[in-house]
Ligand binder design. Structure first.
Ligand code: UD1
Ligand code: UDP
Length: 357
């Protein structure tokens, strides 16, 4: 069997890395195909995991549009799939890289495995365009690797056949466990760890969240550490609102090891990132989700976080709740560190025991 893995952004590298290592440990021929939808942020993560792509399409341009990324991936992936003998193409999540690569494989009648299938906000425009991307991939994926039972339920409700669905846990937990082994002890810090980058938040929503945070930090004395995404539209807003805030430390994106250190020692996190919400419980941290919808209801249901929305008032209330959070000893609802093992079992043997979390 020959497997190809397509990826292009920061979170994809983190979440496919453990699957790649599992395939390699089982001596399965694996081709790593990078679109480089993110140039620096993808490379930064590849460096942490010491992964070298076999093919690098190098597509990123500044302020790229969705159709630019999609059309480059379609064109370049088509050639790769025609040149290389591939039995299954694996994609992860809901990026344009994932959607266009998966569709390019389908067009070439090559099997597709979707890691992190079945996440649904149930609003096609939020997150934009990710909700559309993930739904599209699940229409035809031969293997829908759902991280949780809720994700499986979503797929069944949409009519995805049971034989295509496998509950595996989220590979982000495998990734952070791999890296955590190398993390030093860290002191408890008195800061909120913040990340924000989602397309649908860019503009007034992001401004109102950041203003609420600024006010809260000033009143409570709790600092902010914010590694700012490379997207120029995000950077403009973040620096405009928090640039003059003495309590806020704004940095460039940091590598995964550094980010997990920050997560381990912070008071709590404020984020619109999918991955960060899934990681926070593993470090016993409360997550304030600054979005209006979520495809990760497990966070709120398990008590590890709230969905604050993006209004100043909603964010203020959520920040107060986060201050009073006490760890409940619950496990991470997103995974148990064995997702990659299950995914590869399914590819090789066609079966595995389900993640029951
Ligand atoms: C993408 C994904 C989103 C994911 C996010 C992870 C889509 C539609 N969206 O969004 O689901 O949550 O990545 O971070 O696929 N840039 C750089 N260097 C980098 C990375 C980005 O300069 O290393 C700048 C470029 O100007 C680029 C812009 O950021 O054009 C936007 O990147 P893009 O991948 O199009 O969108 P994201 O918002 O990052
Ligand atoms: N992350 C990182 N450095 C940073 C910010 C985030 O390593 O400066 C990691 C974080 O731990 C998580 C992932 O990047 O695993 C999330 O990526 P992002 O928020 O860009 O995308 P999303 O998960 O929202 O798709």
């Amino acid at each position: 069997m020959r497997v190809a893995i397509a990826f292009g952004t920061r979170p994809e590298v983190i979440k496919i890395a453990p699957v790649y290592f599992e395939l390699r440990n089982r001596r399965i021929n694996t081709l790593m195909v990078a679109t480089a939808q993110h140039r620096e942020m993808m490379d930064m993560m590849l460096e942490v995991f010491k992964i070298k792509p076999d093919i690098d399409m190098n597509i990123m341009v500044h302020n790229q549009t969705l159709n630019y990324v999609a059309s480059e991936v379609f064109k370049k992936m088509d050639k790769v799939l025609k040149d290389e003998k591939i039995d299954v193409l694996l994609v992860q999540g809901d990026t344009t890289t994932a959607m266009a690569s998966a569709m390019a494989a389908f067009h070439n009648d090559i099997k597709v495995g979707h890691i992190e299938a079945g996440l649904r906000s149930k609003n096609i425009r939020d997150p934009f365009p990710e909700e559309m991307n993930r739904r599209v991939i699940d229409v035809f994926a031969d293997y829908a690797f759902a991280p949780t039972r809720k994700a499986k339920d979503n797929l069944e409700r949409e009519g995805v056949e049971r034989e295509r669905i496998f509950v595996t846990g989220n590979t982000v937990v495998d990734a952070l466990q791999m890296i955590s082994k190398k993390l030093p002890e860290v002191e408890k810090g008195d800061y909120i760890l913040v990340t924000m980058h989602r397309r649908e938040n860019i503009g007034e929503k992001m401004e109102s969240v950041l203003k609420a945070l600024k006010k809260f930090s000033k009143e409570s004395g709790i600092k902010i550490i914010f590694p700012v995404h490379k997207n120029p539209r995000v950077r403009e807003i973040v620096f405009k609102i928090l640039g003059d805030c003495k309590n806020a430390k704004l940095t460039d994106p940091v590598n995964y090891m550094e980010f997990l250190k920050l997560l381990k020692s912070c008071r709590f996190v404020v984020t619109d990132s999918g991955g960060v919400q899934e990681e926070a419980p593993s470090f016993g941290k409360f997550a304030v989700g600054v979005r209006n919808t979520t495809e990760r209801p497990e966070l709120v249901e398990s008590g590890w976080g709230v969905l604050a929305g993006t209004s100043t008032e909603g964010v203020r209330k959520a920040l107060e709740k986060a201050l009073n959070f006490s760890k409940s000893g619950k496990e991470n609802p997103f995974g148990d560190g064995r997702a990659s093992e299950r995914i590869v079992d399914i590819l090789v043997k066609g079966k595995t025991e389900e993640f029951k979390g």
